[in-house]
Design a binder for this molecule. Sequence first.
Ligand code: SF4
Ligand code: FE
Length: 483
Amino acid sequence: MALMNRQEYIESLRRLDIKVYMFGELVENPVDHPIIRPSINSVAMTYELAHDPLYEDLMTATSNLTGEKVNRFCHIHQSTEDLIKKVKMQRLLGQKTAACFQRCVGMDAFNSVYSTTYDIDKEHGTHYHDNFLEYMKLVQENDWTVDGAMTDPKGDRSLSPSQQDDPDLYVRVVERREDGIVVRGAKAHQTGSINSHEHLIMPTIAMGPEDRDYAVSFAVPTGSKGIYMIYGRQSCDTRKLEGGTIDVGNSEFGGQEALVVFDDVFVPNNRIFLNGETEYAGVLVERFAGYHRQSYGGCKVGVGDVLIGAAALASEYNGVPKVAHIKDKLIEMMHLNETLYCCGIACSAEGYPTEAGNYQIDLLLANVCKQNVTRYPYEITRLAEDIAGGLMVTMPSEKDFMHPELGPVCEKFFKGNANVPTIDRAKILRLIENLTLGTAAVGYRTESMHGAGSPQAQRIMIWRQGNLEHKKELAKNIAKIGK
Ligand code: SF4
Ligand code: FE
């Protein structure tokens, strides 16, 4: 089954033995839960579009491992063209879902584990890369969604993993057995965890020799014994329980984050990709972060496209599409959004082959990309709220609009442009609310800040990668210093 379709993906989730809690209760049927289902629909779009001839070139690729056609989300990048297509695919999916479609964390993990395991084996004579190649074949054959899981809870940020009072605040090996390892700990704010067939775990920080038990990477089925999740709340999430379609802003799609707990989970030897080689923990983190910072130059831009479109429609529905300052604000929004896209494309075009043979993005440019993402969506959001007007946050509910007596009152007093049904105005304002303040704000606004690493993490990388010495030499040359 090389390429699952949308329905096959959704049905495959029903077969996973997932343990997830929400609002203090075990969720009986995650697939049909009204709060979870929109996030499943977003991932399902990655399967649906792979079957659309219009998007085949972006959504699929030829596997370097088997020669088969695979979903690009399961692909090991073979060229800068692959890297560019990845970003274009993410923009497309952002446009189609206006949400986080979750599957990129797996794709970014595959590509970073691929090259890192190769490097470790070369130095240590281990067999992690072989393990990983076999694992990747399974991923591609089954067209799995895999949650690339990096972020540990971290406890006291001033202390290393092994210095924490509670040793479980970073995922660690608690037992080494003949046939594998037993791991304990948790990964926080995990994107798409409940919607993933598998979890691919990586360390979250550079480590020293004393952190040996924490330098671990492995893959396990999501339904493995000992794994459970606690669902992350999103602003306005219980609106999805009300049964309507307008107040939720985006009734079909959404994102998903969860705390994933590993309560003594067994990992067999053939699914271990790092086990104690502490000096490679930081390498893996850097590569994964780099790929995911590239990703934001695609997905956030696609969601930004929807937000800009919504703001433009709001201006029309408000009756002011031709006012000069509105036009100028829309221009600014597009300029900012396309700047992010430029960064995503640039770090891809400047990519290079690793020793393992797959392609790595330009790390400096990927970090610049994500640094801009920590800012521009905030400005785009601010301008969208400016154009939308205050009604976006003061409007009565869908039930009032549908009420036999209150409905006509809402219709009369919330009318804008006479040629536009008032309910359409309400819909577009709710969409803007969803993207800027509601459930999707997790995936657009706040995730722009913290997803793929908080701003300071990129600034450290920019400092390291920026080659200041070379710049100083340039200045000395021109100023004729030391000549
Ligand atoms: Fe993909 Fe963007 Fe979601 Fe990350 S935040 S998983 S890149 S859609
Ligand atoms: Fe993210």
